[in-house]
Design a protein around this ligand. Structure first.
Ligand SMILES: Cc1ncc(COP(=O)(O)O)c(C=O)c1O
Length: 384
């Protein structure tokens, strides 16, 4: 059996080595390292894939979120609704721009924003909502867009973990996650479903005015070279990364199918295991399984150690909800404010998930979980 890894980028690369190397060599030969043809082509290719009017590549997914907020003339202390159970970048950019994060708890089964709790948190200062399509499945965008429209709020979809995911509206219409709100952002961090060989990110929008503002902000706030209309940043996707992404984009659907096949194998083997909850799949969204995250009723950390002792890596995304993280205590939230996020932070365990995982490896992982569960009888919430 091949060594089990959380992510296996080596085997994935071996299968596309020829194509990647050719494209990378072409960039080197062209010496167009910045804003070269591959970057322009990638924006167009991703537009076609997502069926969206504008794709503006940038340096990473964190920049994409920050630029999305910058493009909307928000004022200090304006409120941005988001979740505490996410990667820090979602909230970090809100804090950096001196806006105020207003947290909403997540749904215990999908880990996505509990849309029914949004309206009660809207005030005169609320300007935006940032839903995060966590682990690869879309938040409930239809209901959210209705609330946003009614309250004149901007919606920025953090799609770093869900590129390729399809959301289905109640009338049957389908749209790619990230293209439903006013702006979608994504990350091409190497381990993402569409991963570069370095950093990368993008903003997507159907709004011409926003697209233009975003392009200007990405380029130091300048529409015309050396003339500055607004304060911007330097955020570019370099040609080498774009060339790699052009190759990998062709395989994104296949990659997401492979992740789904691995997830189905996990589901089948883990679905009846006492104390283990497999990921819920929503009816209105496909899942691209950026992570395969189970909930362990009790003994999550012991299970993680047990798996590690057998050479099986696993990760805890995320061990501390952001409202309880030291840096974000300034917003005055307390223990108990977001009970679902706090509870699941102690239960979630992400198992190895990538495009190269095979049945033998999944069998081995699930047998190890079974062995752990068999040895640890769960009595009224305590493992003995
Ligand atoms: C939900 C979420 N948002 C934002 C980001 C930030 O992306 P990047 O690492 O490219 O800055 C990530 C990536 O890790 C993420 O998972």
């Amino acid at each position: 059996m091949r060594k089990i890894q959380m992510v296996d980028l080596t085997t994935q690369y071996e299968k596309i080595r020829g194509e990647i190397n050719t494209e990378v060599q072409q960039v080197i030969d062209s010496t167009q390292f910045i804003n070269g043809t591959p970057t322009k082509n990638f924006a167009k290719n991703l537009q076609d894939y997502l069926q969206v009017k504008h794709v503006i590549p940038c340096a990473n997914g964190t920049d994409a979120l920050q630029i999305a907020l910058m493009a909307n003339n928000l004022n200090e202390s304006d409120e941005v609704i988001t979740i505490p159970f996410t990667f820090v970048a979602t909230v970090e950019v809100v804090a950096l721009l001196k806006l105020k994060p207003i947290f909403i708890d997540v749904d215990p089964d999908t880990f996505n924003i509990d849309v029914d709790k949004i309206e009660e948190k809207i005030t005169a200062r609320t300007k935006a909502i940032i839903p995060v399509h966590l682990f690869g499945q879309s938040a409930d965008m239809e209901k959210m867009m209705r609330i946003a429209e009614k309250n004149n709020l901007l919606v920025i979809e953090d799609t770093a973990q869900a590129i390729g995911c399809d959301y289905t509206f109640s009338d049957g219409r389908k749209q790619k996650a990230g293209t439903i709100g006013h702006i979608g952002t994504t990350s091409f961090y190497p381990t993402k479903n569409l991963g570069a060989y370095g950093d990368g990110g993008a903003l997507v929008t159907n709004d011409d005015v926003l697209a233009n503002k975003i392009k200007i902000i990405c380029d130091h706030g300048s529409a015309k070279k050396y003339y500055y209309d607004s304060i911007g940043v330097n955020s570019r996707l370099d040609s080498m990364q774009a060339a790699i992404l052009n190759v990998k984009l062709k395989y994104l659907n296949t990659y997401n199918e492979k992740r789904n096949a691995a997830a189905s194998m996990y589901d089948e083997r883990l679905k009846n295991m006492p104390g283990i909850t497999i990921p819920k799949r929503n009816n209105n969204s496909t899942h691209v399984f950026h992570q395969y995250t189970i909930k362990v009723e009790t003994g999550r950390d012991e299970l993680k150690d047990f798996l590690q002792s057998k050479g099986i890596p696993s990760m805890i995304y995320y061990p501390v909800p952001l409202h309880l993280s030291a840096a974000y205590k300034i917003y005055g939230y307390n223990d108990g404010d977001f009970p679902v996020s706090e509870k699941i932070a102690g239960q979630v365990l992400s198992l190895p998930m990538h495009t190269e995982l095979d049945e033998e490896q999944i069998d081995f992982i699930c047998e190890a979980i079974k062995e752990f569960v068999g040895e640890h009888v769960i009595i009224s919430g305590e493992i003995i």
